[in-house]
Design a protein around this ligand. Structure first.
Ligand SMILES: *[C@@H]1O[C@H](CO)[C@@H](O)[C@H](O)[C@H]1NC(C)=O
Ligand SMILES: *[C@@H]1O[C@H](CO)[C@@H](O)[C@H](O)[C@H]1NC(C)=O
Ligand SMILES: *[C@@H]1O[C@H](CO)[C@@H](O)[C@H](O)[C@H]1NC(C)=O
Ligand SMILES: *[C@@H]1O[C@H](CO)[C@@H](O)[C@H](O)[C@H]1NC(C)=O
Ligand SMILES: *[C@@H]1O[C@H](CO)[C@@H](O)[C@H](O)[C@H]1NC(C)=O
Ligand SMILES: *[C@@H]1O[C@H](CO)[C@@H](O)[C@H](O)[C@H]1NC(C)=O
Ligand SMILES: *[C@@H]1O[C@H](CO)[C@@H](O)[C@H](O)[C@H]1NC(C)=O
Ligand SMILES: *[C@@H]1O[C@H](CO)[C@@H](O)[C@H](O)[C@H]1NC(C)=O
Ligand SMILES: *[C@@H]1O[C@H](CO)[C@@H](O)[C@H](O)[C@H]1NC(C)=O
Ligand SMILES: *[C@@H]1O[C@H](CO)[C@@H](O)[C@H](O)[C@H]1NC(C)=O
Ligand SMILES: *[C@@H]1O[C@H](CO)[C@@H](O)[C@H](O)[C@H]1NC(C)=O
Ligand SMILES: *[C@@H]1O[C@H](CO)[C@@H](O)[C@H](O)[C@H]1NC(C)=O
Length: 700
């Protein structure tokens, strides 16, 4: 080796000696690495190599004096457990392991660390309780603790917070913690300002001590089992900007005159509790209010006119309460308003003109109230309006509604059944507009007339419900030009004729709903299928062809076999005759097939038993004969599926088929059947329930 080479080597050695982390720190980090699963260590082994300077390792930051200060390994795909040896890094301040798949416990060495200020292990698979320890150090530096979105369980600790005098933010949301909201957290941590405990199993009352949290900006404890009233002390925490307790069991009177003390409030969310009371006249003192969620409570009274002075409001949800009176008391010239849901109340009067000035309004739901009259013409000026629900009121003049709303270019959802009592369906071919409409419901009015020709221009239509009217005439031949339509309900009308071939050529029922064609966006407001389920994606709706309870005649065409995407066929209560085409057995996505109350003859295709998703099957009251299908799903249907067909036979029916099988096998058959009945009925029944619920779609 040359002299120069030796000098360079010495210099390098010297450099690495002076600017390298200590051997101890290196081994603490390597011990952490060793606890990770080899295949899922985010390739850290490439960079974290023994004998190299750990300050240069991926995700590691050091101070000037080469002590490790931060370890930041979010979203590295790490699996394995969290080594307590990280706690040996005596200068560590920031540890971020969020968005990995780490499992096991969270070592107390990290929570009780003498230098860590920010600890984020959110979005992992960590388990176990958080231990209730009494740390020796009564002034722990921890400021931010995020343990949210893991699988932690057990009683939430109460005493450890006493040692965390510097705590500012605690996020334990989306776990399974039980117990009470820690009451004295602010007493020990004077700077405490963010508490997120949503999606857990917290119970008990909201502790009044929280009112002493002078720095508390955000409290979110939604989706827990809290009970009792909102303590009035809470309204002394005047720094609160975000107050959110939805989906709990809170009760008592929501005292509006107290809440207006919270001058800085931007979000108030008390939805889905059992609160009574009124919206106070002084609501306009909440100058910064942007979101008001009081849905699913027992609140009542009229809206105060002062609501019109909450000029920053963007979101109002009063759905499902007992509010009453006229909306026109309020001057709704609220330029930031995006979403307003007044559904399921006792509001009366007309739709106020001032709503037409909410130029940014995207979604308006007025369904299930006592509104009447015609829509104000200027509602057509709402260029952003995308979701409008008028269902179940006493609105009049459907012609006028169509004329006005056709200029809302952004309208995608228009649900307005149970209005326009006995009016005539506008037939005018010159009606245009609605070029973006995806959902249209106009059921249960009942309207007279025919399926109108202007519908043929709604090229984006995916869901059409015209059920329970008095429509006559034929299914129009242009129906297959609605290229995206996959939900068609024209049941309970007086429609006549054969099933037209066009209906067997509906593109969206033939081919997979593909995301390229269908808009995958979320609905602006959820539609409710059942009380407990709300759905926001149009794509999640089933493919439905419901022609039930009309005056159709003729046979079921074999081309039905083309509609491979169908989930639901209802042809019941018509005048269909002829045999069930074999091709129907190709519809492997079918979950519900109802052909009851027709004049269908012949045998049931045995290949029907290959329809593995079928959970509701009804061919009762026809003129069918021969054996009923057996096996798979068919062992789960009860004899009510077949009633009123005296010539059908099978093990389920009083009319047994003349069988060639031995007595023995018929017993075991019955035994199997019994089992299938018990289990199948439960599962089939649940699926059918979900399906039936589809028919409540969009009606709210
Ligand atoms: C961490 O410290 C503990 C206790 O001082 C010790 O037992 C352990 O060996 C250390 N771990 C590493 C990897 O240095
Ligand atoms: C941790 O890292 C993630 C991803 O970079 C980031 O979103 C999160 O805010 C960080 N946590 C804290 C407490 O800063
Ligand atoms: C965890 O919560 C803290 C405090 O609320 C927050 O700053 C941080 O961004 C959160 N981390 C992630 C990954 O969301
Ligand atoms: C708490 O963490 C969750 C992720 O688990 C995040 O969505 C939420 O915004 C956080 N809360 C706060 C107040 O930062
Ligand atoms: C809740 O946590 C689970 C598991 O980490 C995660 O998959 C889910 O996205 C989280 N939910 C929310 C709303 O953050
Ligand atoms: C709030 O703090 C004051 C002064 O420390 C105390 O007197 C009061 O009892 C506390 N209130 C609650 C509800 O803890
Ligand atoms: C309300 O917000 C303003 C502006 O952010 C702030 O200056 C004021 O201190 C806040 N009020 C309270 C009581 O926290
Ligand atoms: C209305 O809210 C009550 C709770 O106050 C709830 O039990 C009920 O299911 C809700 N109804 C609807 C239709 O959402
Ligand atoms: C709204 O505020 C203005 C200005 O403070 C006031 O003159 C008006 O009376 C208020 N309107 C209502 C309905 O309270
Ligand atoms: C409603 O409020 C707007 C804007 O604040 C105002 O211009 C208009 O005159 C008000 N209308 C009525 C009827 O008070
Ligand atoms: C209409 O909808 C489109 C797509 O959602 C959106 O980009 C556009 O801003 C909307 N137009 C108005 C006037 O809101
Ligand atoms: C219904 O609306 C149409 C179109 O806007 C209008 O010509 C007609 O006069 C209205 N009918 C009644 C009874 O108001």
């Amino acid at each position: 080796m040359t002299f120069l080479g030796l000098v360079v080597l010495l210099l390098l050695t010297f450099a690495s000696l002076t600017s390298s982390c200590t051997e101890d720190e290196q081994s603490s980090l390597l011990d952490f690495l060793a606890q990770l699963s080899p295949g899922s260590d985010g390739n850290l082994r490439m960079s974290w190599m023994h004998g190299t300077d750990c300050c240069a390792w991926e995700g590691v930051t050091c101070r000037g004096d080469n002590t490790v200060m931060g370890v930041s390994l979010a979203s590295k795909g790490l699996t394995g457990s969290v080594s307590p040896s990280l706690g040996n890094l005596t200068g560590l301040m920031n540890l971020n392991l969020s968005h990995n798949s780490l499992h096991g416990i969270l070592p107390t060495e990290l929570v009780m660390h003498n230098s860590i200020a920010v600890l984020d292990v959110s979005f992992n698979h960590l388990t176990g309780p958080l231990k209730e320890l009494r740390p020796l150090n009564h002034n722990l530096p921890l400021q931010v603790l995020n343990i949210s979105s893991n699988f932690f369980t057990g009683q939430f600790p109460s005493t450890i917070w006493g040692a965390m005098k510097n705590l500012i933010a605690l996020n334990a949301s989306n776990n399974s913690f039980a117990g009470q909201i820690p009451a004295s957290i602010c007493k020990s941590s004077p700077s405490f300002s963010v508490l997120d405990l949503c999606y857990n199993k917290f119970s008990g009352n909201i502790p009044p001590e929280l009112g002493n949290c002078s720095m508390l900006r955000l409290i979110k404890v939604g989706h827990n089992d809290l009970s009792g009233a909102l303590p009035h002390e809470l309204f002394s925490a005047t720094s609160l900007e975000h107050l959110s307790f939805p989906n709990n069991g809170l009760q008592g009177v929501f005292d509006g005159s107290q809440v207006v003390k919270l001058n800085n409030l931007t979000v108030l969310d008390l939805g889905s509790n059992g609160l009574r009371g009124k919206i106070p006249d002084s609501i306009d003192r909440l100058r910064k209010l942007e979101e008001l969620h009081l849905d699913n409570n027992l609140m009542s009274g009229e809206l105060p006119s002062t609501l019109g002075n909450c000029s920053n409001i963007r979101y109002i949800n009063l759905r499902n309460n007992s509010f009453s009176g006229e909306l026109s008391k309020v001057n709704f010239t609220l330029l930031d308003l995006r979403t307003a849901d007044f559904s399921l109340n006792y509001f009366t009067g007309k739709v106020p003109e001032s709503i037409c000035l909410c130029s940014n309004l995207i979604a308006l739901r007025l369904a299930y109230n006592d509104f009447h009259g015609q829509l104000p013409p200027r509602i057509g000026n709402l260029r952003s309006l995308s979701f409008l629900s008028l269902t179940d009121n006493s609105f009049t003049n459907i012609t006028n509604v169509i004329q006005i709303l056709k200029s809302c270019k952004n309208l995608t959802t228009l649900v307005m059944g149970t209005n326009f009592n006995g009016e005539t369906m506008p037939q005018d071919e010159t009606i245009d507009g609605f070029e973006n409409l995806q959902i249209l419901t106009l059921d249960g009015c009942p309207l007279i007339g025919q399926i109108p020709p202007w519908l043929s221009k709604l090229k984006k239509l995916e869901v059409l419900d015209l059920s329970s009217n008095r429509l006559t005439g034929l299914i129009p031949s242009w129906i297959n030009r609605l290229e995206l339509l996959f939900f068609l309900d024209i049941s309970s009308n007086m429609i006549t004729g054969d099933i037209p071939m066009a209906l067997m050529e509906m593109p969206m029922l033939q081919y997979k709903k593909n995301s390229a064609k269908l808009d995958m966006k979320f609905l602006e407001l959820p539609v409710y299928w059942t009380q407990s389920h709300q759905y926001r994606m149009l794509n999640a709706f089933p493919s439905v062809l419901n022609l039930g309870n009309n005056r159709f005649t003729g046979t079921i065409p074999p081309e039905i076999g083309q509609l491979k995407m169908l989930n639901v066929i209802n042809f019941s209560s018509n005048g269909f005759s002829g045999e069930i085409p074999q091709e129907i057995c190709k519809l492997t996505n079918l979950q519900m097939l109802d052909l009851s109350n027709n004049h269908i003859t012949g045998e049931l295709p045995s290949a029907l038993s290959g329809l593995h998703f079928l959970s509701l099957f009804n061919v009762s009251n026809n003129e069918l004969e021969g054996p009923i299908p057996t096996g798979a799903q068919f062992d789960t249907f009860s004899n009510s599926s077949y009633g009123g067909n005296p010539n059908l036979c099978g093990a389920l029916l009083s009319n047994h088929c003349i069988s060639v099988s031995s007595h023995q096998s018929s017993i075991s058959q019955e035994h199997k059947l019994h089992h299938a009945l018990i289990y199948g009925f439960v599962f089939g029944g649940l699926a059918a329930l979900a399906l039936l619920a589809f028919f409540l779609i969009a009606k709210l």
